[in-house]
Design a protein around this ligand. Sequence first.
Ligand code: BG6
Length: 314
Amino acid sequence: MVSEKFPRGSWTPEMVEKGGYPHFMLKEIHEQPKALKNALSLRPEVCQQASRILNDSDQVYITGAGTSNHAGLAGRYMFTKLSAIKTQNLVSSEFTELTGKLLDESNVVLAISQSGETSETINAVKHAKRQGAKVVSLTNVLESTISKLSDYTIYTYAGPEYGLAATKTFLVQVACLSLLSLDLSLMRGSLGSSEVGKLRRELMKTPLIVDKTVKRQDRVVRDIAYQYANKSSFLFLGRGISTSTAMEGALKLKETAYVHAEAYPAGESRHGSIAIIEPGFPVIIIAPPDENYEKLIKNLKEIKAYQAKIISVV
Ligand code: BG6
Protein backbone atom coordinates (compact mmCIF):
# COMPACT_ATOMS: atom_id res chain seq x y z
CA MET A 1 0.00 0.00 0.00
CA VAL A 2 1.41 3.42 -0.91
CA SER A 3 0.28 6.94 -0.08
CA GLU A 4 0.08 9.03 -3.22
CA LYS A 5 0.30 12.75 -3.90
CA PHE A 6 3.13 13.48 -6.33
CA PRO A 7 3.86 10.13 -7.97
CA ARG A 8 6.93 10.10 -10.18
CA GLY A 9 4.87 10.07 -13.39
CA SER A 10 3.29 13.44 -12.48
CA TRP A 11 6.57 15.40 -12.15
CA THR A 12 6.53 18.36 -14.57
CA PRO A 13 9.50 19.59 -16.70
CA GLU A 14 9.69 22.71 -14.44
CA MET A 15 10.17 20.48 -11.45
CA VAL A 16 13.21 18.88 -12.99
CA GLU A 17 14.91 22.00 -14.36
CA LYS A 18 17.33 24.09 -12.33
CA GLY A 19 14.96 27.07 -12.10
CA GLY A 20 17.69 29.72 -12.38
CA TYR A 21 19.97 28.17 -9.76
CA PRO A 22 23.55 27.27 -10.74
CA HIS A 23 23.05 23.68 -9.65
CA PHE A 24 20.36 21.34 -8.45
CA MET A 25 21.57 21.16 -4.87
CA LEU A 26 21.10 24.89 -4.33
CA LYS A 27 17.70 24.77 -6.00
CA GLU A 28 16.70 21.91 -3.76
CA ILE A 29 17.90 23.73 -0.62
CA HIS A 30 15.57 26.60 -1.59
CA GLU A 31 12.74 24.16 -2.22
CA GLN A 32 12.85 22.97 1.38
CA PRO A 33 9.99 25.10 2.77
CA LYS A 34 7.64 23.82 0.07
CA ALA A 35 8.81 20.23 0.41
CA LEU A 36 8.38 20.44 4.16
CA LYS A 37 4.86 21.86 3.81
CA ASN A 38 3.92 19.00 1.50
CA ALA A 39 5.39 16.42 3.84
CA LEU A 40 3.51 17.85 6.80
CA SER A 41 0.25 17.66 4.88
CA LEU A 42 0.56 13.89 4.81
CA ARG A 43 -2.92 12.39 5.19
CA PRO A 44 -3.42 11.66 8.90
CA GLU A 45 -4.70 8.14 8.20
CA VAL A 46 -1.45 7.26 6.35
CA CYS A 47 0.63 8.16 9.36
CA GLN A 48 -1.78 6.55 11.79
CA GLN A 49 -1.75 3.27 9.87
CA ALA A 50 2.06 3.20 9.91
CA SER A 51 2.08 4.12 13.60
CA ARG A 52 -0.31 1.26 14.37
CA ILE A 53 2.07 -1.19 12.71
CA LEU A 54 4.99 0.20 14.71
CA ASN A 55 2.96 0.24 17.92
CA ASP A 56 2.08 -3.45 17.51
CA SER A 57 5.76 -4.41 17.53
CA ASP A 58 8.04 -5.34 20.42
CA GLN A 59 11.00 -3.61 18.84
CA VAL A 60 11.48 -1.18 15.98
CA TYR A 61 14.62 -1.25 13.85
CA ILE A 62 15.25 1.79 11.68
CA THR A 63 17.63 1.32 8.79
CA GLY A 64 19.02 3.31 5.88
CA ALA A 65 22.27 4.48 4.28
CA GLY A 66 24.05 7.85 4.30
CA THR A 67 21.63 10.71 4.84
CA SER A 68 18.70 8.36 5.29
CA ASN A 69 20.57 6.68 8.13
CA HIS A 70 21.04 10.07 9.79
CA ALA A 71 17.31 10.76 9.51
CA GLY A 72 16.82 7.32 11.08
CA LEU A 73 19.03 8.33 14.00
CA ALA A 74 16.85 11.41 14.55
CA GLY A 75 13.84 9.07 14.40
CA ARG A 76 15.38 6.82 17.01
CA TYR A 77 15.78 9.74 19.44
CA MET A 78 12.13 10.74 18.95
CA PHE A 79 10.70 7.21 19.11
CA THR A 80 12.67 6.42 22.26
CA LYS A 81 12.27 9.68 24.11
CA LEU A 82 8.81 10.87 23.10
CA SER A 83 7.02 7.68 22.10
CA ALA A 84 8.68 5.30 24.59
CA ILE A 85 9.04 2.48 22.07
CA LYS A 86 12.16 0.31 21.97
CA THR A 87 14.02 1.44 18.86
CA GLN A 88 17.39 0.77 17.35
CA ASN A 89 18.87 2.38 14.31
CA LEU A 90 21.28 0.35 12.22
CA VAL A 91 23.09 1.38 9.08
CA SER A 92 21.68 -0.79 6.28
CA SER A 93 25.05 -2.14 5.10
CA GLU A 94 25.51 -3.75 8.56
CA PHE A 95 21.86 -4.61 9.17
CA THR A 96 22.07 -8.32 8.34
CA GLU A 97 25.26 -8.77 10.39
CA LEU A 98 23.83 -6.96 13.39
CA THR A 99 20.40 -8.59 13.47
CA GLY A 100 21.28 -12.09 12.22
CA LYS A 101 18.50 -14.49 13.17
CA LEU A 102 17.19 -12.31 15.96
CA LEU A 103 14.37 -10.76 13.94
CA ASP A 104 10.88 -12.22 13.96
CA GLU A 105 7.25 -11.29 13.37
CA SER A 106 7.19 -9.22 16.56
CA ASN A 107 9.62 -6.74 15.00
CA VAL A 108 9.05 -3.92 12.54
CA VAL A 109 11.79 -2.60 10.30
CA LEU A 110 11.40 1.00 9.21
CA ALA A 111 13.46 1.33 6.03
CA ILE A 112 14.34 4.86 4.96
CA SER A 113 15.52 5.61 1.44
CA GLN A 114 15.06 8.70 -0.70
CA SER A 115 15.42 6.75 -3.94
CA GLY A 116 14.01 3.47 -2.72
CA GLU A 117 16.79 1.82 -4.74
CA THR A 118 19.87 1.76 -2.51
CA SER A 119 21.18 -1.80 -2.67
CA GLU A 120 22.27 -2.06 0.99
CA THR A 121 18.83 -0.95 2.16
CA ILE A 122 17.10 -3.31 -0.29
CA ASN A 123 19.20 -6.15 1.15
CA ALA A 124 18.32 -5.16 4.70
CA VAL A 125 14.62 -5.17 3.78
CA LYS A 126 14.90 -8.58 2.10
CA HIS A 127 16.67 -9.98 5.16
CA ALA A 128 13.97 -8.57 7.46
CA LYS A 129 11.22 -10.11 5.31
CA ARG A 130 12.96 -13.51 5.29
CA GLN A 131 13.04 -13.42 9.10
CA GLY A 132 9.31 -12.67 9.25
CA ALA A 133 9.55 -9.03 10.37
CA LYS A 134 7.14 -6.44 9.00
CA VAL A 135 8.59 -3.66 6.85
CA VAL A 136 7.38 -0.08 6.72
CA SER A 137 9.26 2.16 4.32
CA LEU A 138 9.73 5.89 4.05
CA THR A 139 10.69 6.87 0.52
CA ASN A 140 10.39 9.63 -2.04
CA VAL A 141 9.87 7.43 -5.09
CA LEU A 142 6.65 5.63 -5.78
CA GLU A 143 6.95 2.15 -7.27
CA SER A 144 10.56 1.94 -6.13
CA THR A 145 12.00 -1.45 -5.23
CA ILE A 146 11.87 -0.76 -1.50
CA SER A 147 8.26 0.40 -1.58
CA LYS A 148 7.29 -2.72 -3.55
CA LEU A 149 8.98 -4.96 -0.99
CA SER A 150 7.35 -3.23 1.98
CA ASP A 151 4.17 -4.05 3.83
CA TYR A 152 3.39 -0.35 4.04
CA THR A 153 4.98 2.76 2.53
CA ILE A 154 4.92 6.41 3.46
CA TYR A 155 5.75 8.68 0.56
CA THR A 156 7.63 11.85 1.54
CA TYR A 157 6.19 14.32 -1.02
CA ALA A 158 9.49 16.11 -1.65
CA GLY A 159 9.38 16.10 -5.45
CA PRO A 160 12.42 15.02 -7.48
CA GLU A 161 15.87 15.37 -5.92
CA TYR A 162 18.68 15.48 -8.46
CA GLY A 163 21.53 16.81 -6.32
CA LEU A 164 23.73 13.89 -5.33
CA ALA A 165 23.80 15.16 -1.77
CA ALA A 166 20.36 14.90 -0.21
CA THR A 167 18.98 18.14 1.24
CA LYS A 168 15.23 18.59 1.11
CA THR A 169 14.68 14.85 1.38
CA PHE A 170 16.55 14.68 4.71
CA LEU A 171 14.30 17.43 6.04
CA VAL A 172 11.09 15.72 4.93
CA GLN A 173 12.24 12.35 6.23
CA VAL A 174 12.74 13.92 9.66
CA ALA A 175 9.37 15.71 9.35
CA CYS A 176 7.56 12.44 8.57
CA LEU A 177 9.36 10.70 11.43
CA SER A 178 8.23 13.53 13.72
CA LEU A 179 4.60 13.02 12.64
CA LEU A 180 4.96 9.29 13.19
CA SER A 181 6.46 9.86 16.61
CA LEU A 182 3.59 12.12 17.64
CA ASP A 183 0.96 9.57 16.58
CA LEU A 184 2.88 6.83 18.33
CA SER A 185 3.16 8.93 21.50
CA LEU A 186 -0.61 9.37 21.56
CA MET A 187 -1.26 5.68 20.93
CA ARG A 188 1.15 4.62 23.63
CA GLY A 189 0.07 7.29 26.09
CA SER A 190 3.64 8.52 26.53
CA LEU A 191 2.41 12.05 25.79
CA GLY A 192 -0.99 13.55 26.48
CA SER A 193 -3.22 14.92 23.73
CA SER A 194 -2.63 18.56 24.69
CA GLU A 195 1.14 18.08 24.57
CA VAL A 196 0.91 16.31 21.21
CA GLY A 197 -1.37 19.07 19.92
CA LYS A 198 1.13 21.70 21.01
CA LEU A 199 4.05 19.89 19.37
CA ARG A 200 2.02 19.39 16.21
CA ARG A 201 1.25 23.10 16.01
CA GLU A 202 4.94 23.90 16.46
CA LEU A 203 5.81 21.41 13.73
CA MET A 204 3.35 23.06 11.34
CA LYS A 205 5.22 26.37 11.78
CA THR A 206 8.51 24.89 10.54
CA PRO A 207 8.04 25.55 6.77
CA LEU A 208 7.89 29.28 7.53
CA ILE A 209 10.90 29.10 9.84
CA VAL A 210 12.92 27.15 7.28
CA ASP A 211 11.94 29.68 4.61
CA LYS A 212 13.20 32.59 6.75
CA THR A 213 16.39 30.74 7.66
CA VAL A 214 17.27 29.82 4.10
CA LYS A 215 16.63 33.36 2.82
CA ARG A 216 18.31 35.23 5.68
CA GLN A 217 21.33 33.01 6.18
CA ASP A 218 22.34 32.48 2.57
CA ARG A 219 24.87 35.31 2.70
CA VAL A 220 26.13 34.59 6.24
CA VAL A 221 26.78 30.97 5.35
CA ARG A 222 28.61 31.95 2.17
CA ASP A 223 30.87 34.35 4.09
CA ILE A 224 31.74 31.63 6.60
CA ALA A 225 32.43 29.19 3.77
CA TYR A 226 34.93 31.60 2.17
CA GLN A 227 36.55 32.24 5.55
CA TYR A 228 37.17 28.53 6.17
CA ALA A 229 37.69 27.34 2.61
CA ASN A 230 41.37 26.53 3.15
CA LYS A 231 40.79 24.24 6.15
CA SER A 232 41.40 20.55 5.53
CA SER A 233 39.38 19.08 8.38
CA PHE A 234 36.23 19.96 10.32
CA LEU A 235 34.52 18.61 13.40
CA PHE A 236 30.71 18.65 13.78
CA LEU A 237 29.24 18.21 17.26
CA GLY A 238 25.76 18.01 18.75
CA ARG A 239 24.01 16.37 21.67
CA GLY A 240 20.80 14.31 21.71
CA ILE A 241 18.84 14.54 18.49
CA SER A 242 21.24 17.21 17.20
CA THR A 243 23.88 14.49 16.93
CA SER A 244 22.05 13.38 13.77
CA THR A 245 22.21 16.94 12.38
CA ALA A 246 25.94 17.05 13.13
CA MET A 247 26.49 13.73 11.35
CA GLU A 248 24.51 14.93 8.37
CA GLY A 249 26.54 18.16 8.28
CA ALA A 250 29.81 16.23 8.17
CA LEU A 251 28.51 13.99 5.39
CA LYS A 252 27.39 17.02 3.36
CA LEU A 253 30.83 18.62 3.62
CA LYS A 254 32.57 15.41 2.51
CA GLU A 255 30.18 14.78 -0.37
CA THR A 256 30.16 18.31 -1.76
CA ALA A 257 33.48 19.98 -0.84
CA TYR A 258 35.59 16.80 -0.64
CA VAL A 259 36.91 17.94 2.72
CA HIS A 260 37.46 15.64 5.66
CA ALA A 261 34.85 16.00 8.37
CA GLU A 262 33.97 14.00 11.42
CA ALA A 263 30.94 14.07 13.68
CA TYR A 264 30.00 12.54 17.01
CA PRO A 265 28.07 13.39 20.16
CA ALA A 266 29.72 16.40 21.83
CA GLY A 267 30.06 14.52 25.12
CA GLU A 268 32.45 12.09 23.43
CA SER A 269 34.95 14.77 22.46
CA ARG A 270 36.74 14.73 25.81
CA HIS A 271 37.34 10.96 25.50
CA GLY A 272 40.32 11.11 23.21
CA SER A 273 39.24 12.97 20.08
CA ILE A 274 39.87 16.38 21.60
CA ALA A 275 43.57 15.65 21.13
CA ILE A 276 43.38 16.54 17.44
CA ILE A 277 42.15 20.08 18.14
CA GLU A 278 44.81 22.69 17.52
CA PRO A 279 44.53 26.49 17.40
CA GLY A 280 42.24 27.51 14.55
CA PHE A 281 40.69 24.04 14.06
CA PRO A 282 37.08 24.59 12.88
CA VAL A 283 34.40 23.02 15.06
CA ILE A 284 30.75 23.34 14.09
CA ILE A 285 28.35 23.07 17.01
CA ILE A 286 24.63 22.38 16.59
CA ALA A 287 23.15 24.14 19.60
CA PRO A 288 19.37 24.48 19.73
CA PRO A 289 17.91 25.73 23.02
CA ASP A 290 16.86 22.28 24.21
CA GLU A 291 17.45 20.25 27.38
CA ASN A 292 21.01 19.46 26.25
CA TYR A 293 22.09 23.06 25.86
CA GLU A 294 23.86 23.50 29.22
CA LYS A 295 25.85 20.29 28.81
CA LEU A 296 26.75 21.29 25.27
CA ILE A 297 28.12 24.62 26.50
CA LYS A 298 30.33 22.72 28.97
CA ASN A 299 31.72 20.60 26.11
CA LEU A 300 32.17 23.73 24.03
CA LYS A 301 34.23 25.42 26.76
CA GLU A 302 36.59 22.45 26.88
CA ILE A 303 37.09 22.61 23.13
CA LYS A 304 37.53 26.36 23.18
CA ALA A 305 40.35 25.94 25.69
CA TYR A 306 42.26 24.27 22.84
CA GLN A 307 41.74 27.47 20.82
CA ALA A 308 39.44 25.86 18.28
CA LYS A 309 37.43 28.15 16.00
CA ILE A 310 33.80 27.62 16.93
CA ILE A 311 31.03 28.04 14.36
CA SER A 312 27.72 27.67 16.12
CA VAL A 313 24.30 26.95 14.66
CA VAL A 314 21.97 28.40 17.27
C1 BG6 B 1 24.50 7.38 -1.22
C2 BG6 B 1 24.51 8.87 -1.44
O1 BG6 B 1 25.02 6.71 -2.31
O2 BG6 B 1 23.20 6.93 -0.94
C3 BG6 B 1 23.95 9.54 -0.17
O3 BG6 B 1 25.82 9.32 -1.68
C4 BG6 B 1 22.58 8.98 0.15
O4 BG6 B 1 23.86 10.95 -0.37
C5 BG6 B 1 22.65 7.46 0.26
O5 BG6 B 1 22.13 9.53 1.36
C6 BG6 B 1 21.31 6.80 0.52
O6 BG6 B 1 20.40 7.07 -0.53
P1 BG6 B 1 18.87 6.76 -0.41
O7 BG6 B 1 18.31 7.03 -1.76
O8 BG6 B 1 18.74 5.32 -0.01
O9 BG6 B 1 18.31 7.65 0.64
